[in-house]
Design a binder for this molecule. Structure first.
Ligand code: KDG
Length: 310
């Protein structure tokens, strides 16, 4: 079993039960979310261990998050309780763009954003098989950013999902901060998509963007939405196609793909097979509301593939 340490902010998601502008939505469904927490659960679901480093508030949502993640098998005993409230966000779906989900955050000054370098237990991070974080954590506060830099200084096995959220920072700030991290701490795994890559290196063609990102990472996964995703390595490339399914909410699909991919590669799967399996995880993820409830086990991924390949 491999151990990944993730650093980030756990958020409570309030997902609209009906499509349309939130002013007209009366009912919401509550889920535990946050990109790194999603990665952690995907990693655990496929047979590995994940330790979560972060802060939650001393409130009902903080308790909810910790209990839920513990129930999923995530190691939660390093999560700190902070006097500020647990961050939340709402999801507005299908309006004004069909099949699009918009995240509306209430997280400024939240417990999660108070993540600080002193929250890091150095030996734990040094001894992990992989350390993972995202652009969201770089964006939420300067202390959270410093925490990612510190964690990455302690372990060379680094993974990063760009996850650029333009409600948290400008394209320019995102580019400056993310590239600063990459230059100081090159990665083993970079997980990104065409929109983020074009912010980072000004190219929306995946091959072109990867050519410019290659100096920062050994393995690059380029997510291409419903089309599928590609993995680039040592001059090679493999494309895994997506599946056409009824889409309910796409939030969290990229984390599902990334978390499952990392877990399987760390377990020794070849990159192409890991990506084929990871696409199943993101496919199942878009079929429901919530980021973590449909994250599949290996057995379930294989059942899906058996049926689809009949
Ligand atoms: O990738 C899914 C995340 O975007 C969602 O869970 C909320 O972490 C979140 C964020 O900051 O957008």
């Amino acid at each position: 079993m491999k151990t990944m340490v993730t650093l980030g902010e756990i958020l409570i998601e309030l997902n609209a039960l009906t499509s349309g502008p939130l002013r007209n939505v009366n009912y919401f469904e509550k889920h535990v979310a946050g990109s790194e927490a999603n990665y952690c659960v995907a990693f655990v679901m496929t047979g590995n261990k994940c330790v979560y480093l972060g802060r939650v508030g001393n409130d009902e949502f903080g308790k909810n998050a910790v209990e839920w993640l513990r129930g999923k098998g995530v190691i939660v005993d390093k999560i700190k309780i902070d006097p500020n409230p647990t961050g939340i966000f709402f999801i507005q779906r299908d309006y004004p763009i069909p099949l699009h989900s918009e995240s509306i955050y209430y997280r400024k000054g939240s417990a999660g954003s108070k993540l600080s370098p002193e929250d890091i237990e150095e030996d734990l991070v040094r001894e992990a098989d992989l350390v993972h974080s995202t652009g969201i954590t770089l964006a939420i506060s300067s202390s959270a950013k410093d925490t990612v830099f510190k964690a990455f200084s302690l372990n060379r096995e680094r993974s990063f999902d760009t996850n650029i959220r333009l409600k948290l920072w400008s394209p320019d700030e995102a580019r400056r901060n993310i590239i600063e991290l990459f230059k100081e701490y090159p990665l083993k795994f970079l997980i990104t998509d065409v929109d983020d890559a074009s912010i980072l290196v000004g190219r929306s063609d995946p091959d072109e963007a990867v050519r410019l990102l290659r100096e920062y990472a050994d393995v690059i996964v380029m997510k291409q939405g419903p089309r599928g995703a590609s993995v680039y390595y040592d001059g090679g490339k493999y494309f895994a196609h997506g599946y056409s399914v009824p889409v309910v909410d796409v939030v969290g699909a990229g984390d599902a793909l990334g978390g499952t991919f990392l877990s399987l590669v760390m377990s020794g799967y070849p990159l192409d097979k890991a990506l084929d399996y990871a696409i199943v995880s993101s496919t199942l993820n878009v079929m429901i509301r919530g980021d973590q409830e449909n994250l599949p086990s290996l057995q379930d991924i294989e059942a899906f593939l058996r049926e689809m390949n009949k």
